[in-house]
Design a protein around this ligand. Structure first.
Ligand code: GLA
Length: 400
């Protein structure tokens, strides 16, 4: 009996020994990542310049914090197995770069892969998880995106658990971003392991459609939001659904970018910019730094919004906010301008998941337009307007 208790205790200790670093992402993480804008073309000059641009452009002030280098920073492992940055691209070494990012008041993120090679063919972490985690901790890394290429025979939960435990043992709080594309339903098991998990394959800089790449496909913004209905109940503070890094500023029209950004805010998605902050248009800057839209994303309740209504190509999304406020987003999926007549007093918006209830027949709300940045009166009056092609109206409602 004693022996059994002893074994049970040992088992319990082993279970509790390593864990996720709690509390690092109580709000959806915000930052920038090199992949969507630069793919494999990364070096220390780019990363420094982007960090500087994030400060000067107001992105940092608006809440963007993490500067994440995606794939292709890696060189080879040294004779003891320690990963080295590509010496031509990062001649000053990773520690110096991390220190520079920190000196700008920003945080530093890095990328690796659970398989033996990354998607870009650089060394992955398989078999080196503890050593890599230790290296990242020594460099002062604050965020790890962990990809899923070349993992054919691996168990996803097991592989991500191994890296979670390695990060914990390395002793530095590091946000852990699972990039497993939703293949193994990470929303069902990711909460104890990481702070965010990708829900789909890669995003493409298009509003509606898909792009084939031979043996894989990347997805337009609408396809991504359509693909995973029903998983909002798995998201919340410190464990977010991640519909991928943003494509704002990467070639869509201004209204498409505005719609994409608004939807990401409604989804309480991590807001990871993927553009070139050194050369962005005024329109892109204004979208990425719209503090009132960002406040919807970053609302402390952390409730992922939901589709309340779909009528042809019109969707109405709702996201409960603190103090019984509500964000509402009207989305026009079509390429035709359409009239919008929405009589609030005929609506009851109910969220049985978060137990929020908005009965506009009984209660009046003030309305704020978050793109035009002006007050629109109250829900006593129907919303009677036009909705542009591939565009949104994003509102914040507050009890009167
Ligand atoms: C995968 C990921 C992308 C990016 C690339 C890098 O496709 O989903 O976000 O990290 O790998 O090779």
């Amino acid at each position: 009996m004693k022996k059994l208790i002893f074994i049970a205790l040992l088992f319990l200790m082993a279970q509790t020994y390593a864990q996720k670093y709690e509390g690092l992402a109580l709000k959806p993480p915000m930052g920038w990542n090199s992949w969507n804008g630069f793919h494999c073309d990364v070096d220390e000059k780019l990363i420094r310049e982007v960090a500087e641009a994030m400060v000067v452009s107001g992105m940092k002030d608006a809440g963007y914090q993490y500067v994440v280098i995606d794939d292709c920073w890696q060189g080879e492992r040294d004779k003891d197995g320690f990963i080295q940055p590509d010496p031509e691209r990062f001649p000053s070494g990773m520690k110096a770069l991390v220190d520079y990012i920190h000196s700008k008041g920003l945080k530093f993120g890095i990328y690796s892969d659970a398989g033996w090679r990354t998607c870009g063919g650089r060394p992955g972490s398989r078999g080196y998880e503890y050593q890599d985690a230790l290296t990242y901790a020594r460099w002062g890394v604050d965020y790890l995106k962990y990809d899923w290429c070349n993992t054919e025979e691996l168990n996803a939960k097991g592989a991500y658990l191994t890296m979670r435990d390695a990060l914990y043992k390395a002793g530095r709080p590091i946000v852990f971003s699972l990039c497993e594309w939703g293949n193994n339903e990470p929303w069902l098991w990711g909460k104890e392991i990481g702070h965010l998990w990708r829900t789909t394959g890669d995003i493409a800089p298009i509003f509606d459609g898909e792009v084939g790449h031979g043996n894989w496909t990347s997805w337009g913004m609408l396809q991504i939001i359509d693909m995973r209905e029903g998983i909002r109940i798995y998201a919340g503070p410190d464990h977010w659904n991640d519909p991928d890094m943003m494509e704002v500023g990467n070639g869509m029209t201004v209204s498409e970018d505005r719609a994409h950004f608004s939807l990401w805010c409604m989804l309480a998605a991590p807001l990871i910019a993927g553009n070139d902050p050194r050369n962005m248009s005024q329109a892109t800057r204004e979208i990425l730094t719209n503090k009132e839209a960002i406040a919807v994303d970053q609302d402390e309740l952390g409730i992922q919004g939901f589709k309340y209504l779909r009528l042809d190509d019109l969707e109405v999304w709702a996201k409960p906010l603190k103090n019984n406020e509500l964000a509402v987003c009207f989305l026009n999926r079509s390429i035709a301008i359409r009239p919008l007549n929405f009589d609030w007093e005929k609506q009851i918006i109910e969220d049985s998941f978060s137990h929020h209830y908005y009965d506009f027949r009984q209660k009046e709300y003030k309305i704020r337009d978050l793109w035009f940045k002006k007050d629109l009166g109250t829900t006593k009056k129907p919303l009677n307007t036009e909705l542009g092609a591939h565009d949104v109206i994003l509102l914040r409602l507050s009890p009167k």
